[in-house]
Design a protein around this ligand. Sequence first.
Ligand SMILES: CC(=O)N[C@H]1[C@@H](OP(=O)(O)OP(=O)(O)OC[C@H]2O[C@@H](n3ccc(=O)[nH]c3=O)[C@H](O)[C@@H]2O)O[C@H](CO)[C@@H](O)[C@@H]1O[C@H](C)C(=O)N[C@@H](C)C(=O)N[C@H](CCC(=O)O)C(=O)O
Ligand SMILES: Nc1ncnc2c1ncn2[C@@H]1O[C@H](COP(=O)(O)OP(=O)(O)OP(=O)(O)O)[C@@H](O)[C@H]1O
Ligand SMILES: N[C@H](CCC[C@H](N)C(=O)O)C(=O)O
Length: 526
Amino acid sequence: MEIEGTAHRHGVSVADLFNSVRAAGLPARREGAAVDPEVTGATLDSRRVSDGDLYAALPGFNLHGAGFTRQAVEAGAACVLTDDAGVALIDPALFSRVPVIVVPEPRAILGQLSAAIFQTEQHSPILFGVTGTNGKTTTTFILDALLREIGYRTGMIGTIETRIADRVVPSIRTTPESPDFHSLLAQMYHERVTACSMEVSSHALSLHRVDGARFEIAGFTNLSQDHLDFHPTMDDYFDAKASLFTESRAHKGVVVIDDEWGRRLAAEAEIPVTTLLSRPPAPPEDPDYWIEPAADDPSRFTLHGRKGTHLAAHSPLPGGFNRTNTALAILMLHSAGVSTETLSHIVNVFRAVVPGRMELVNPEHPRAIVDYSHTPESVGLALAALSDDAAGETAGPLVVVLGAGGDRDKGKRPLMGRRATLGADVVIVTDDNPRSEDPAQIRTEVLRGARGVHDGARASKILEVGDRTEAISAGLRAAGRDGTLLVAGKGHEQGQEVAGVVSPFDDREQIRLALARLRHDDSSSR
Ligand SMILES: CC(=O)N[C@H]1[C@@H](OP(=O)(O)OP(=O)(O)OC[C@H]2O[C@@H](n3ccc(=O)[nH]c3=O)[C@H](O)[C@@H]2O)O[C@H](CO)[C@@H](O)[C@@H]1O[C@H](C)C(=O)N[C@@H](C)C(=O)N[C@H](CCC(=O)O)C(=O)O
Ligand SMILES: Nc1ncnc2c1ncn2[C@@H]1O[C@H](COP(=O)(O)OP(=O)(O)OP(=O)(O)O)[C@@H](O)[C@H]1O
Ligand SMILES: N[C@H](CCC[C@H](N)C(=O)O)C(=O)O
């Protein structure tokens, strides 16, 4: 796969690819045509094969890619990588046309082969990888902003965007599949990008998407419930994240130890890690670094080091958790060798805008914020951050509009509802990408949690408004002039997916339209 307009040559012969599979100790065999063409690209999607590509025909969760081998060969595939089940699915007539490498688990070798094809072992920007349930995108954007201030030419790979210097490439996944990942690294290198910050999802680690690359520094934000549709247990989810902190994947790590998972990771990591606590330690806690928020300005903080460092910094985004994301990014750079002196010149002045993360869409009357909180923990923290901001003022109600995604972790739905009731005065449960599921059923599950809180409930009103446009209007009305509306869950997303159809939908735009409607109604009723 080549991204348009950046074609440059890489390549390795099929024989060399086969030898590298054998050198990795895998019981590989060669079938098919006894030819040795140059392989110049790779993909695992037959629809994206270009001339000279390795086509990785992988067993999937739904299909086997080998069923699409004819399409791949006709598009110019130079070689096929598959397993025994795949061999059985390939039309025998195709074996005379293309060499086939057969291994027991092709996904597990595809990263290394992609690195060889795109020559990223030798030619790659320095890599910073961020993992964790919440905060990957935000920390990656902050890292990118800091790296630019220092003078690096940067690249970025993540949920919102993938960028090669100033060129934006749309993101399909949070972390791309390994052929696309290595192709991106090669293009970055070719375009003189010197440092790349990227999000590393647990899916990516489990599915070998970042194999074949070694991160200079790996960062861990936190772990809380999400993705239990993909990971059978929280332990499995943790193990996936922890695999980034092993010698084959990263040189060093920085780990936030606010939660039990971070503490466990710091204790078990194979690589040297620096630990960060989001608050001053209470003995016997002994983190390498900790954050002390400024008393008069929640965006300012001092990063204290056990060895006597004191670095005054600011967080470019609201919410205590963004102080943590900022401190994590600072320490990842410090671990990579950026001096405290260099950091001290930039950490007070840099700017970072992260679309849909605590984004202030309307500053007042009412205040309206869009945030990508789609886990129980992030819903709770976003509401707490907005309550803290309003403390001391004669603020109106805090209203939250939220839903939960379909075809995703079902267990988090009532927990998200519960955190909404604990943190807001008014809760409006709506739809958020129901996908193939019945939207009303998802709302029922969120409402069950929201209505099930007996002790400590803050909400006095819990409403169900399925249509998200109407829910946002209702939220603004409930917030009134002096209140605050949090629209949670979709952040930067541009669509609402219902029954396989994605319709354009942007929470920020919907807030602006709803405000205009409300103002129009107000002025016509006067
Ligand atoms: C659970 C998961 O990650 N699944 C990924 C997996 O899909 P799959 O195994 O079901 O694929 P499949 O449909 O069975 O097809 C098997 C193979 O045939 C190939 N194929 C299929 C059809 C065709 O015409 N030609 C062809 O070559 C496919 O490319 C695939 O390699 O392999 C596909 C090919 O790369 C991915 O697109 C797909 O991501 C799905 C769509 C997905 O939604 N993934 C999400 C959950 C994900 O990865 N999310 C994380 C972030 C989560 C977060 O932190 O919020 C991410 O990193 O993005
Ligand atoms: N360090 C943090 N701790 C807890 N919550 C956070 C933290 N940083 C951000 N959040 C919350 O999580 C939401 C998602 O943040 P962000 O997009 O940075 O995380 P992510 O890990 O990239 O998420 P995803 O993997 O789903 O794309 C934010 O909108 C905010 O509400
Ligand atoms: N990228 C994540 C978060 C999506 C958030 C929410 N809008 C949803 O659709 O569930 C996922 O696909 O699970």
